[in-house]
Each structure stands twice: as C-alpha cells, then as structure tokens.
Design a protein around this ligand. Structure first.
Ligand SMILES: [Zn+2]
Length: 125
C-alpha cells in the first residue's frame, strides 16, 4: 500500500520507505507503547541516527501538550463551562491518558520533520 507523508505519520511508519513500523507493538498499552524499533524492517533505516537523537522530540511533545491544553480551555470557554478546577482536572487527566500518544507522535513527527531522511518512492510499494 502506497502511503503519503501524512498517512505514514499517522500509521507511525518509517519516513524513508513509509512501510516499516517505527514501534515494536501496534498498541498504546503501558509497557508496549514505548518500544521503538532500532532499524526499519523494510529498508534498514536506523531510526536513532545518533545517540540522543530523540531528545529533541520532547519539544514536539511539549507542543502537542500545549495544543491539547488550548483545545480544552477553548472548548470550556465556548461551552461556557469554564472553572479553574474543572479545567485543571481535565488537562491533568487528558495529559496522563494521552502519554502514549504524545510519546509516539512526538518521535514520529520529529523523525519525519527533523530527521533529514529523504523519502524513496521505490521502497514504497
Ligand atoms: Zn523504511
């Protein structure tokens, strides 16, 4: 299946071939969501190109958390339900529940955007 870049990001696929999985398990369950493959099973791309490469993904994660925070505060204001206790409670619960999502998509987005990996359409079958 040929994927475009957005589909590859959503499916957590390799940025070079858009076929290989970046994570060992296709699960957001605790103990499984954070297992990153070392190399792509399809094209052999090494995901962590240098030690500490994924440290930069924490900035992407921070941006994702801020986006959720803004969404919650905006939704509460639009629905006229805003109260500080409710807002803080929703933000804390959302962030805790979404840790696997933030973890995965911050790494996927960081590798796709800042990984300096050239897409090879010959590998995307
Ligand atoms: Zn690949």
């Amino acid at each position: 299946m040929k994927r475009n870049a957005l589909q590859a990001v959503i499916a957590c696929k390799c940025p070079k071939c858009r076929q290989g999985n970046m994570f060992q398990y296709n699960s957001f369950l605790p103990g499984k969501f954070d297992k990153v493959e070392e190399t792509c099973s399809n094209c052999g791309l090494r995901y962590e190109s240098e030690p500490g490469f994924f440290t930069g993904a924490m900035y992407v994660s921070y941006a994702l958390v801020v986006a959720v925070l803004i969404t919650i505060f905006t939704a509460l204001n639009i629905l006229d339900l805003y109260s500080p206790i409710l807002a803080i409670s929703l933000v804390v619960v959302s962030i805790v529940l979404l840790v696997p999502v933030f973890f995965r998509y911050s790494r996927v987005l960081f590798l796709h955007v800042f990984g300096n990996v050239q897409y090879d359409s010959a590998l995307n079958k």
